[in-house]
Structures are given as C-alpha cells and as structure tokens.
Design a protein around this ligand. Sequence first.
Ligand code: NAI
Ligand code: MN
Ligand code: ZN
Length: 340
Amino acid sequence: MESIKVIAPGELWVETLPTPQPAAGEVRVKVSYAGICGSDLHIYHGSHPFVKYPRIIGHEFAGVIDAVGEGVSTDKIGQRVSVDPVVSCGHCYPCSIGRSNICHHLQVVGVHREGGFSEFCCVPEQLAYAVAENIDAQSAAMVEPFSIAANMLNRTGASARDVALVYGAGPIGLTVVQVLKGVYGVKQLIVVDRLDSRLQGALENGADKVINNSEVDLVSWLQEQQIAPTLVIDAACHPSIFAQATEIAAPAGRIGLMGFPAETSSVVQRFLNAKELTVFASRLNNKLFPTVIDWMASGKIQPHRLISHCFDFHAIQQALNLFETNPMACCKVLLRFSEE
Ligand code: NAI
Ligand code: MN
Ligand code: ZN
C-alpha cells in the first residue's frame, strides 16, 4: 500500500509499505477520502506537541472495512465507515466518568498511532462507525471535523433562546456555525473574523450577521446594537479572545474555548463573577460520531458546503501548500485514496 508519512519535521513522502493486517479486535479500513487539518501541518512542521516520528498522518477519514482481526464478525466486511480517531483506555479517571476523549492514556489515530492518509488503516472495531446509505464517501470523511463542533456545543448546550457569537470562520468555526443553526436553531448567530472571504463563507453556512473585527471595534459595535451574546464560541483561538469574550457575554452567558494557545490570556475575573459566566473547554469528541452521522443523514448539516478542494493523495504536497498558503481560497481540502 501507499501511505503519506512524515519521517521527521519537514520530511514528508508517499511511501510504499506492506499492507497491515488487523490485530485482534481491529478492522482494516480501505480509505476512500481523508481531510487535511491544521494539526497535520503542525506534525509536518515539527510544531505538534504530542507526535512521535515517523508517522503516517491523517485523523479525518472514511472508507470501507475490507478485513477484520480475530474476534471481529466477518459481517463487517464491506461496511462503509467513518473512523473516530480517539483511542482511550477505558479505566482511568476520565474514562470512568464517561469523559474518554480526555483519557490519561489518550491516543489519537494519525498522531500517536498510524493514521488515515494511507490506502489502508487498522483501527479498533468500535471506532469504525457505520455511515448511513445516503451519506456519500466525501461527507463520511467530514464526520470528524463536525464531531469537534458537536463536542463543543454538547459541553455548552445551545437553544433557540441563544444569541450566539462565533469567533473564527475557518473550517472549525464553520462546522460550529452549521451545527448552531441546523441542529440547535439559535435565535441569532453572529460570526467574527478578520478575513472578508472567510466571513462570506460564514454567511453561506448560516450566519445572520458577520463582523470583520480588523475594521470594526466589536465591543463598541455590540454595545451600539445592544446585543449581548448568551453563547460565545472561540474557534479563532487567539489568546486575546478569551478576555474579550468575558467582556461581551451576557449575564449567565457561556463561553466555549476550542483552541490551544500557549500564551497567557488576561481575563478580568470581575466579568466572570459579576455575570456568573461559565467557561467550557473542549477537546476532540466524546463518542459523538453516531450523533453527527444522524445529523448528516437527516440533512441538518451540509458537509459539502465546507469541501473546497479534492486532490488525488499523490498530490499531497500541492494540497498542503494550497491549504497552508491560501486560506482565503480554501476551506476543507480532501485527499482521495480510492473510489468506493
Ligand atoms: P483556521 O486557522 O483555518 O481558522 C481560524 C480563523 O480565525 C481564520 O479564518 C482567522 O482569520 C480567524 N482569526 C484569527 N485570529 C482572529 C481574531 N483575533 N479575531 C477574529 N478572527 C480571527 O483554523 P481552523 O482549522 O478553523 O481551527 C480553528 C481552531 O480550532 C484552531 O486553533 C485549532 O487548534 C482548533 N481546533 C480545536 C480542536 C479541538 O478539539 N478543540 C480540534 C480542531 C481544531
Ligand atoms: Mn482535525
Ligand atoms: Zn482512560
């Protein structure tokens, strides 16, 4: 099989490797499509905190089960699946209270284990979720990015009473936008970004109002409009945003943080306490693939609106280059490994 492997920071090749055999309890997935994520670039450039090299990357992927290991029913062969990359131990403290996505021994497929930028990938059988007939192969590869939004909003909760404000209209911000509108039906949805092209994408995905905060002072604008968001989601993840979120949130508001900046955020505690704000952090997803698959099958979310490009996987360098250097021209970039 051919796989995309990062040998060391800055060294990425398409390599021919023996096709792996599924171990006991595993299935082998013949990959159809896989999505490129910012974290794949971090692994490539050596700025990912957890990865060990060499590594076959890719954690957003789908395909068809073509072999099973010992103890797995052969009925699964031929099943169309999307793979949850979150591997947990099942018995540590977070696992024992149903928070397995932050397992003490967390392993992420494509980071700690060989990933899905490969013609074949073996994963524990319970992580390969069957996708409904009406979900096409490209959409199936989009379940993972939507699971990130699903987890964030599962943490904060959202409802038709919410005035929501989302910072960042990149791929992650736009999955949040789609879920806030299509699933939770929030009353009003404002999206803030510094790039007009990205804000255009937010409007196309369900935002009611967009603000370019490199041109407009957001705090003053909200005051003038007498808008106090009840739910603020930071999907842009600059450390200044957390502080501003506490300033603009309504009393009893919730703030959802999605990013991993290492810099200090200067939050004024008075805003938190005076308004009794609740801050939620979110990482990966906690067994939400079935939820996202249901949303897709019932048309509540539209994965194709986020897919801007698709390349044959041999063109990985071209795909990475586009993704990295031209964020204004692309959203989710997919790699094709096989036709279903
Ligand atoms: P991206 O870089 O494509 O999008 C970020 C957007 O935020 C861009 O459009 C940018 O113009 C905008 N932005 C940056 N600074 C801003 C500011 N100060 N004000 C307003 N807008 C600003 O990134 P992507 O792929 O959408 O991911 C977003 C974040 O989500 C990343 O920080 C990533 O680490 C995080 N993430 C978190 C996950 C989790 O499990 N919690 C999983 C995946 C991504
Ligand atoms: Mn990702
Ligand atoms: Zn655990």
